[in-house]
Design a protein around this ligand. Structure first.
Ligand SMILES: [Zn+2]
Length: 243
């Protein structure tokens, strides 16, 4: 099963929440533990940002302390180490659905964040000139206001009901178009974006690998190889690296 790095010239890796579990992060962990699913859907709606921005901050502001406390695990480190060992003619893109920034912290360089980053804050008015900023405040007491235009500030993540921004989506699709190795890790392989991405990779003739704790339900046949287990154990082995 081991991947020989020298055999591939254009590699795309997609990661989801499963890769960060060993770092102590569950999806949508609030200050009082894991949020109930219905709370996440209610608080994380795009409409909440307009009607109840304090709810948006309750959810995403509440994720900032656990994200700040989290450290990359062996799976994050293996991907960074693997990327660092690629040759000059080899391309590598790490596409992630995670908003925790742990890949960058582990040393990954070419990272494409589909859903943004929970540690960044931006203006809710897309036309405003206020830049996206790193922000460790949780904003649980009051909704922060844009210093430029006075609109509410918001976490720089994709809310439920919002589309993935055009730039990261285009970057991912462009890389998939001529990739020769595609690996999806810790994400539901039978739903988008992994299901779409693997089909794109299959058209390109890539080797397609799925790595997750559990099998897909229903299966996505475009994945030709599947390995089940913990990412932090399987991935270093698959990539031929120590943790
Ligand atoms: Zn503004």
């Amino acid at each position: 099963m081991r991947i020989d790095r020298s055999q591939y010239t254009r590699v795309v890796v997609l990661t989801g929440a499963g890769i960060s579990v060993a770092s102590g992060l569950r999806p949508y962990r609030g200050p009082d533990g894991v949020w109930e699913e219905h709370d996440v859907e209610r608080l994380g709606q795009a409409s909440a940002l307009v009607e109840r921005p304090a709810d948006t901050w309750r959810l995403f502001g509440g994720m900032r302390a656990p994200v700040l406390a989290a450290r990359p695990n062996a799976a994050h480190r293996a991907l960074a180490q693997w990327e660092a060992g690629l040759g000059a003619g080899q391309e590598f893109l790490l596409v992630t659905q995670n908003v925790d920034g742990l890949h960058q912290l582990a040393g990954s360089r070419n990272v494409c964040e589909l859903h943004g980053n929970v540690m960044r804050t931006r203006c809710s008015d897309p036309a405003c000139s206020y830049p996206q900023v790193h922000d460790e405040e949780t904003h649980q007491r009051a909704v922060p206001v844009c210093p430029v235009c006075g609109s509410a500030l918001r976490p720089a993540v994709v809310l439920f009901g919002e589309e993935i921004p055009a730039l990261p989506l285009w970057t991912a699709k462009r890389a998939l178009r001529d990739c020769d190795l595609f690996i999806a890790i810790g994400t539901s392989g039978s739903v988008a974006p992994a299901s779409n991405f693997v089909r794109g990779a299959e058209y390109a003739g890539a080797r397609t690998i799925y790595l997750n704790l559990e099998p897909m339900q229903p299966p996505q046949p475009a994945f030709k190889e599947q390995y089940f287990g913990r990412a932090e154990e399987l991935l270093p082995e698959l990539l031929g690296l120590g943790g």
